[in-house]
Design a protein around this ligand. Structure first.
Ligand code: ADP
Length: 169
């Protein structure tokens, strides 16, 4: 049975992430989405909120599991008895970082390999940071995230700023 770990911050999960999850679920027998806990980026959503959002948008896929983790990714991969790490590639900038991470992981855990799925062209520009930035300025994020996630982001931004982002833009 081929098992993959797809790690990330998912703060919040975007349609780009969902595309990678759906495509890897067709290739692998099981995909464990690993949600990083000890995030130096000080996330907008808590790890529990990020796990729950991922669960709600992947509920239709029977071979996807969502788990929070912290510590070394290779330790989480071993703990999951996974065969590979899956990562998404959007641009050259992703490539440099991803190459470094995958090679580092091979040095510290030689059996842990990484496979890359290139982004769906329609999501090649999309990142969680862009979604948060647009939401902070009260822009409409419904083209970038699942409708349920758009509501959660808008509520979170509202709770932080005390204002409701416009849904009409
Ligand atoms: P990280 O904090 O590890 O960068 P992210 O949540 O930003 O976590 O991303 C997790 C993974 O999803 C990474 O491999 C990233 O390259 C990939 N990814 C993010 N956005 C997209 C997208 N729009 N298309 C394809 N892959 C993406």
């Amino acid at each position: 049975m081929a098992v993959a770990v797809y790690p990330g911050s998912f703060d919040p999960v975007t349609l780009g992430h969902q595309d990678i999850i759906e495509r890897s679920s067709r290739i692998m027998d099981k995909v464990i989405v690993g949600v990083l806990k000890n995030n130096s980026k000080s996330p907008l959503f808590s790890v529990e909120e990020r796990v729950n959002m991922l669960k709600s948008v992947t509920g239709h896929l029977s071979n996807i599991e969502i788990q929070a983790f912290d510590g070394l990714l290779v330790d989480f991969v071993r703990q999951c008895h996974a065969d590979v790490i899956v990562r998404g590639l959007r641009a050259i900038t992703d490539f440099e970082y991803e190459l470094q991470m995958s090679q580092t992981n091979r040095v510290i855990a030689s059996e842990v390999d990484t496979i890359f799925l290139t982004t769906n062209l329609k999501y090649s520009y999309l990142s969680s940071s862009i979604v948060k930035e647009i939401a902070m300025y009260h822009g409409d994020i419904r083209a970038f995230v699942h409708p349920e996630i758009a509501v959660k982001v808008q509520e979170k931004v509202e709770s932080r700023t005390g204002k409701m982002p416009s849904r009409e833009q």
